[in-house]
Design a binder for this molecule. Structure first.
Ligand code: UDX
Length: 436
């Protein structure tokens, strides 16, 4: 089967490469000529473990190609995926659907065969209806169905998530749509991966509800962490204690500096906008969004405290380890590190940083942060170390070396990757999240 993937960003490229690996004939399309040129040279626009190798082998096998010419590339495709960005619209937080609509128009104008148009981009409820209207208005004579098929890929684990999904959600009530989607996901059907057929609107909402629920789980444990610090309890024990209840589950209960990334911040905001439009408030999500915003700066203040308070902290230098919103990605979008660094700088603290993958994207976003070449270069001569992202590279720091390089042995661990006992025995003053 031929599949066209419109949008060769994170979701489009991972999905396109995985579909090709399933044996389909896939063309990934993008308007950005330089991105397509680089893909022809096997240079990935994003950092994702395993992606370059997957792309390369499928290109070699002749199953994966790239193009900037949408009208030509979609010819003969039975499934045309829309995987373009839906950023937060400036000013009001609504998802910006202009790219999705533009693709729908272009597809409608150039459709030369029957096809299923699949929205993979995260789109608010009702977008499928609008895409369908646009296609009708284009006057196409071909049979088409508009299907919603949200993605649940985690950055850094996207290929595994695609090939071994917890579930696949397919929103369509159209027989043609259903039939084509069954062929698209055939290997996973055969694998008996759970496939959930729903209405299109339910599928659209599932994506937002899933992300909002996960964000809620994170913020719940973060607030429990704050309470743990006050009452003298340990949040990791609390996580284990509640997470071993099957109804709660152990995942997404790691306390930290708040959530970031390309999905949770944007999707929670967009869900609030939908709720507002339909006059059906989701108050839990409202407070999750607020709590996350407040938390990021609170983490900066935690570092100031560890330096001895506002007076003492002024003029000191902090080495930040980790800038990306989570490990194994170079993604800086809405990363808590940005607010932590800003809060420190507002308090007159100098910030230097090292991140294994994120510095190129981070540098222009944090012009006053000095980017260093390595972990120990960042630590050399600083007054404190703060771990913001839990990269493996920071999990086994050479404490003796760190202590020798620091002016004062202060370690703030915003991801709870160390045990207080080990760090304190090595002679550090240690602060973490939700543990006393
Ligand atoms: C998320 C969803 O997991 C995925 O299903 C969806 O398709 C896109 O959004 P991603 O943004 O890649 O994926 O990251 P994820 O691993 O979910 O982490 C999101 C944020 O939450 C990160 O900032 C992470 O550090 C934070 N987090 C996660 C916690 O603070 N604690 C946790 O226990 C889990």
């Amino acid at each position: 089967m031929k599949i066209a993937m419109v949008g060769s960003g994170y979701v489009g490229l991972v999905s396109g490469a995985c579909f090709a690996d399933f044996g389909h004939d896939v063309v990934c399309i993008d308007k950005d000529q330089s991105k397509i040129d680089r893909l022809h040279d096997n240079i990935m626009p994003i950092y994702e473990p395993g992606l370059a190798a997957l792309v390369e082998s499928n290109v070699k096998a002749g199953r994966l190609t790239f193009s900037t010419d949408l009208p030509e590339a979609i010819q003969g495709a039975s499934a045309i995926f829309i995987a373009v960005g839906t950023p937060s619209r400036r000013g009001d937080g609504h998802a910006d659907l202009s790219y999705v609509h533009a693709v729908a128009r272009e597809v409608g104008e150039s459709l030369a065969n029957d096809a299923v148009i699949v929205t993979k981009s995260t789109v608010p409820v009702g977008t499928g209806d609008e895409v369908e209207r646009i296609l009708h208005d284009s006057g196409t004579q071909h049979r088409f169905a508009v299907v919603s098929n949200p993605e649940f890929l985690r950055e850094g684990a996207a290929i595994g998530d695609f090939k071994r999904p917890d579930r696949i959600v397919i929103g369509t009530e159209d027989d043609f749509g259903r039939e084509i989607m069954q062929q698209v996901y055939r290997p996973l059907f055969l694998n008996q991966s759970p496939i959930l057929f729903t209405s299109r609107r339910s599928a659209e909402l599932i994506k937002y509800a899933a992300n909002a629920f996960l964000a809620t789980k994170i913020m719940f444990i973060n607030e429990m962490a704050d309470l743990c610090e006050k009452v003298g309890a340990d949040v990791q024990d609390v996580s284990r204690g509640i997470g071993s209840d099957n109804r709660i589950g152990p995942k997404f209960l790691n306390a930290g500096p708040g959530y970031g990334g390309s999905c949770f911040p944007k999707d929670t905001l967009a869900l609030l906008k939908t709720a507002e439009d339909y006059d059906s408030p989701v108050r839990i999500v409202e407070s999750v969004v607020k709590a996350n915003e407040t938390r990021k700066r609170a983490m900066g203040r935690k570092v100031v405290e560890a330096l001895g308070g506002a007076e003492e902290a002024r003029g000191k230098t902090v080495a930040m380890l980790g800038l990306t919103f989570k490990p194994n990605t170079d993604d800086m979008r809405d990363s808590p590190s940005i607010a932590v660094a800003q809060t420190l700088q507002d308090a007159g603290v100098k910030v230097r940083a090292y991140d294994p993958e994120g510095m190129e994207l981070a540098a222009p976003m944090m012009p006053d942060v000095e980017m260093m070449k390595g972990t120990y270069e960042a630590i050399d001569g600083a007054d404190a170390v703060v771990i913001v992202t839990e990269w493996d590279a920071f999990r086994a720091l050479d404490f003796k070396r760190v202590k020798d390089l620091l002016k004062t042995p202060v370690l703030v661990d915003l991801r709870n990757i160390y045990k207080a006992k080990d760090v304190e025995e090595a002679g550090f003053t240690y602060a973490s999240v939700g543990r006393v």
